[in-house]
Design a protein around this ligand. Structure first.
Ligand code: RBF
Length: 172
């Protein structure tokens, strides 16, 4: 077998998600880099619906920036019974600038989301793009630029949330 081009990327997600119609999934997104964020959120919602999560069971909240994502996700995870979720996706896009802000926010936001996974024993999906320039962000949001059509990673995050929520609820 000869391999040409890149082999990187997720294997196809499962195609059927029994029990997804009962799931409640949260999306918390940062408001920085809006064009990219809007596409990622739309991609995640599209996959959640495709997997069978009812639209009314998808709760979308926003926070100022990626730094605030762990607190935003925690708020949904600790929510009242009205606002309870089985999994949450934290969506942000950090674009490297000329100072050290990027490194600090990337590190803290990603560690914060992982900590919530383990503290709450509910899936918290890492939906933060950490890109070196705008083009990389546009490609990974499926918008594309400079002839690169890209792929919307939000779609993968929606399926990951459903798969992991079903796993932790014992349905799979
Ligand atoms: N938030 C993002 O979600 N993405 C960014 O690329 C981003 N870049 C930032 C760059 C600087 C210099 C600063 C001060 C903030 C940035 N933020 C970014 C916002 C940050 O996540 C947070 O909302 C603010 O620092 C307020 O706590």
């Amino acid at each position: 077998m000869s391999i040409t081009g890149s082999i990187k990327g997720p294997a196809p997600a499962p195609t059927s998600f029994p029990g997804a119609n009962k799931l409640r999934i949260g999306i918390v997104h940062a408001r920085w880099n809006k064009q990219i964020i809007d596409a990622l959120v739309a991609g995640a919602v599209q996959s959640l619906e495709k997997a069978g999560v009812p639209t009314d069971n998808i709760k979308i909240r926003s926070v100022p920036g990626s730094w605030e994502l762990p607190t935003g996700c925690q708020t949904l995870l600790a929510g009242s019974s009205d606002d309870e979720v089985d999994a949450v996706i934290g969506i942000g896009c950090l674009i490297k600038g000329s100072t050290m802000h990027f490194e600090y926010i990337c590190d803290c936001a990603t560690h914060g989301l992982m900590r919530l996974n383990l503290d709450y024993q509910k899936p918290v999906i890492l939906g933060i793009l950490t890109v070196l320039n705008e083009d990389q962000g546009l490609e990974r949001a499926g918008i594309g630029r400079n002839g690169q059509p890209g792929h919307n990673h939000g779609e993968d995050w929606g399926f990951a949330a459903v798969e992991m929520a079903l796993m932790t609820k014992g349905n799979q």
